[in-house]
Write a protein that binds this ligand. Structure first.
Ligand code: NAP
Length: 448
């Protein structure tokens, strides 16, 4: 059955007179934008058969017309005036694949205010300006869909928003950055050093020339903010997410983890921690962690992503797949595009709803088990002094192993559950001991 676009709430939104045709304005023709245009061309007939809608690219916004690229569309459809793509009466739905905050924010807001649904893959934009954009979309009665912003081709956002809409989710924990997972996998499986693994990832195109956003955890933190917002219906700005990258993970940590039955992974974790001053309390953080080898996340190798969801009713479930790459990401974008177009035709949308004003707890108040690895002078009384510092801060030791290194020794501790505050105070005092050499290494340990 052919669909007729109609959006009477927004007379400014040009309703396309051609029966069933939905004009798609694409902003950005890079990795994802060009893959989307190609995938749409491949799937156009199948989508039309299934939905009655004929999705057609109206125009494409790019930064430079002189850039060498393969064009799957007539060159006349490209413009550097991205706002004209949004404003074009032939554009019914806008797909934002530029990335970054500006001009993406202005363009998305302009589209939403005109009653044009928006599909975006832009985690940075959502993590920093999500509340404003969600409100604008809801006020305009149109969709703002962003499946591809977290986990690329993995259908995580829709699962959380729809399938798990009534589920009391307690924790979402995942590997959401393929670059760092690739680096850690190389260190674990091939004994590579951090810098060799990074160089390898860059040579293979998994890491940018400037890898800061990935290896320092900024990318994962933005995704954690978006996931937490969706999973808990709460405002979680990017700057409230605790963030630690993988630069400090040594080959020694990787080897110790393996010996102890763990794998080191960069995790994004968002969890409910009860109520704080009658407000929903959330803990949202990104850091490397020791994951037990039998945990499903330990099996996620190379540049793959996976997200482990825990809910009171559903129990545990995991979504796994390609977290990046033009085609997997375009697949998620196209799924959103079909939804947004279909909702537009039916003059409906899937609202985000009002977001709770949650309290994002400080990492210092959170509890975990910890792995601590330190080198000390190997002489009588040192171990007692070190153990004494743990005791002073009430940090109880679950296991301790000592290895001789000539006139020094390596001591590896796993603590019982302790607060971050107490463990950091312990580390601070340990650094002051004359017998401790260098900086003790620390990793949080995830329970099995
Ligand atoms: P990209 O390859 O860098 O492409 C960006 C595109 O935006 C380019 O075509 C560029 O034009 C265009 N652009 C930049 N500034 C513009 C402006 N002011 N006006 C109009 N167009 C402009 O980026 P990408 O990898 O496709 O990523 C796009 C989005 O998807 C980002 O939000 C990213 O986080 C997200 N995402 C990407 C992946 C992935 O695997 N790549 C995965 C998940 C999510 P020119 O071509 O002329 O330079």
């Amino acid at each position: 059955m052919a669909a007729t676009p109609a959006n009477p709430a927004h007379p400014a939104n040009p309703v396309n007179p051609e029966h069933g045709r939905i004009g798609v304005g694409v902003l950005g023709y890079g990795n994802v934008g060009s893959a989307l245009v190609a995938l749409l061309a491949e799937q156009q007939t199948a989508i039309a058969k299934r939905t009655g809608m004929n999705l057609e690219v109206s125009r494409v916004g790019v930064r430079s017309l002189s850039r060498q690229r393969e064009l799957a569309l007539d060159a006349q459809m490209f413009t550097t005036d991205a706002l004209s793509v949004v404003n074009d009466p032939a554009t019914d739905v806008v797909v934002e694949l530029i990335g970054g905050v500006q001009p993406a924010r202005e363009l998305v807001l302009a589209a939403l205010r005109q009653g044009k649904p928006v599909v975006t893959a832009n985690k940075e934009l959502l993590a920093n300006h999500g509340a404003e954009l969600y409100e604008t979309a809801d006020a305009s009665g149109v969709d703002l869909l962003f499946e591809a912003a977290v986990g690329g081709g993995i259908p995580l956002v829709r699962s959380l928003r729809e399938s798990l809409a009534a589920e009391p989710v307690s924790r979402v924990m995942g590997i959401v950055n393929g670059t760092t997972n690739y680096i850690l996998s190389q260190m674990t499986e091939h004994g590579a050093t951090y810098s060799d693994a990074l160089a390898d990832a860059q040579a293979l195109g998994f890491a940018e020339r400037d890898p800061t956003a990935d290896v320092e955890g900024f990318d994962a933190a933005a995704k954690a903010a978006v996931v937490a917002t969706v999973a808990f219906g709460a405002q979680v700005p990017a700057d409230s997410v605790y963030r630690e990258g993988i630069c400090g993970v040594t080959d020694e940590d990787i080897a110790q983890a393996e010996r102890l039955g763990y794998v080191v992974k960069l995790l994004a974790i968002a969890e409910r921690v009860g109520y704080v001053n009658e407000k929903l309390g959330l803990a949202v953080r990104v850091h490397p962690a020791m994951v037990p080898v039998h945990h499903p996340l330990a099996l996620v190798r190379d540049s793959f992503n996976a997200v482990f969801v825990e809910g009171d009713a559903v129990g545990e479930l995991m979504l796994y797949g390609r977290g990046a790459g033009g085609r997997p990401t375009a697949s998620a974008v196209l799924g959103d595009l079909v939804d947004a177009a279909s909702n537009l035709c039916q003059n409906t949308c899937t609202p985000i709803g009002s977001l709770e004003d949650a309290v994002i707890c400080s990492i210092n108040d959170l509890e975990s088990e910890y792995y601590i690895n330190m080198e000390v002078i190997d002489e009588p009384g040192v171990l007692a002094a070190v153990a004494g510092v743990f005791g002073q801060h009430g940090v109880s030791i679950r296991s301790m192993e000592q290895e001789g290194l000539g006139d020094q020794a390596r001591i590896v501790f796993i603590t019982h559950t302790a607060t971050e505050r107490d463990v950091q105070a312990t580390l601070g005092d340990l650094r002051e001991l004359d017998s401790v050499r260098g900086m003790p290494g620390l990793l949080r340990v995830i329970g099995g």
